[in-house]
Write a protein that binds this ligand. Structure first.
Ligand SMILES: *Cc1c(COP(=O)(O)O)cnc(C)c1O
Length: 368
């Protein structure tokens, strides 16, 4: 029986041709035509003025926080349910991530849980568009404005998602994307920062390239980083962007297939919901057991694994992980994150694959 992977890149366009072009022309490092072309294509796709490519999504986050002036002793509000890179990037600046609880339907930062956590040290908020569903940016931006805070969207999982018809990436001061192998757009490893602010864009480019003055070689006005993307990565990225419409359409269709196939299990599991103002992009089709906890969730995942179906647990909340351990209670995250499962979500899946997942899931749930 064919094994169904939880994620898998699709490299069906010009990826190979563009990479070969890099090799044949020897433009394999972080100069070359594909970098600018990928950045432009990405900026156009997100409808933003600037896109600055980096070597991964975590460095994109760190770079954004550096140019926004985050310093040791500062605090940044971060949803407790996220991939650990969101919190780590804050720590790389010597600042402290202050966790907030999430909304149950989307596992995204709950705007109602932000304000009570703001202190005189708070400098910013990082909402995460988790699993491809946009965070509630309006209220979050409004709170930020009232308190003079920056907002960085962590859009690593949400290429193409929309909030009230506006694409993520252009909804705050800066946004960051990841192009890891399992993301909606991939370059193997890679990242991007998007912004509409000319001054921030200039700073991002300066700090990405070790801080070297673009007008004076080997003159370094600041301490920067080597966070550059290679031409080879960008070549793959450009080819991916040529097919982004198909990628999103395939994922939409996959979401509908799952919705239909799992409808009869709706009393046992919560299916993904789309807020009225949202366009979600199904980075990971995510379900939650309505009853039971981590033990039952892990049993379901084990049964699926035996059936040749790979799944992933929803991220553990940051406040229970050793580096960020707190005794505090985050009711929604504590109650629901441990019941969440990411089902296989990628472009090569067929309707038959989805039906097989649904059937195995029904068997697993019945076995609990
Ligand atoms: C993948 C991811 C990142 C980090 O991206 P990398 O390219 O793996 O460094 C950051 N935040 C979130 C929410 C992610 O899913």
């Amino acid at each position: 029986m064919k094994r169904i992977a939880v994620a898998e890149p699709k490299l069906g366009g010009n990826e190979k041709a563009y990479v070969l072009d890099c090799l044949e022309t020897t433009w394999i490092s972080s100069n070359g035509k594909y970098i600018g072309a990928f950045e432009n294509a990405f900026a156009k796709f997100c409808n933003v003025k600037h896109a600055i490519a980096t070597n991964n999504g975590t460095t994109a986050l760190h770079l954004a926080l550096v140019v926004l002036g985050l310093e040791p002793g500062d605090e940044v509000i971060v949803p407790t349910v996220t991939y650990i890179a969101t919190a780590n990037a804050v720590r790389y600046c010597g600042a402290t991530p202050v966790f907030a609880d999430v909304c149950q339907s989307t596992m995204n930062l709950n705007p109602h849980d932000i304000e009570k956590r703001i202190t005189p040290k708070t400098k910013g908020i990082i909402p995460v568009h988790l699993y491809g569903h946009p965070a509630e940016m309006g209220p979050i931006n409004e709170i930020a404005k009232r308190h003079g805070l920056f907002v960085v969207e962590d859009a690593a999982e949400a290429h193409g998602a929309e909030y009230f018809g506006v694409k993520v990436g252009g909804l705050s001061d800066c946004a960051v994307f990841s192009f890891f192998g399992n993301k909606i757009v991939t370059t193997g490893e890679g990242g991007m920062v998007t912004t509409n602010d000319d001054e921030l864009a200039e700073k991002l480019r300066l700090h990405r390239g070790q801080g070297m003055d673009p007008a004076r070689r080997y003159w370094f006005p600041v301490i920067g980083y080597n966070y550059r993307m290679t031409n080879i990565q960008a070549a793959i990225g450009l080819a991916q962007m040529e097919n982004i419409g198909t990628a999103l359409a395939d994922r939409d269709r996959l979401g509908r297939w799952y919705d239909e196939a799992l409808q009869n299990l709706a009393d046992r599991i919560q299916l993904p919901r789309e807020s009225t103002w949202a366009r979600q992009v199904y980075w990971m089709y995510t379900i939650f057991l309505k009853n039971g906890g981590e033990k039952e969730r892990d049993t379901v995942m084990q049964i699926l694994d035996v059936e040749g179906i790979e799944t992933r647990p929803v991220f553990y909340p940051m406040h229970i992980l050793p580096p960020y351990k707190e005794d505090a209670v985050y009711p929604v995250a504590d109650m629901w994150a441990q019941r969440g499962i990411n089902l296989p979500t990628h472009q090569s899946l067929t309707k038959e694959d989805v039906d097989r997942v649904a059937k195995s899931l029904a068997v697993a749930l019945a076995a609990l």
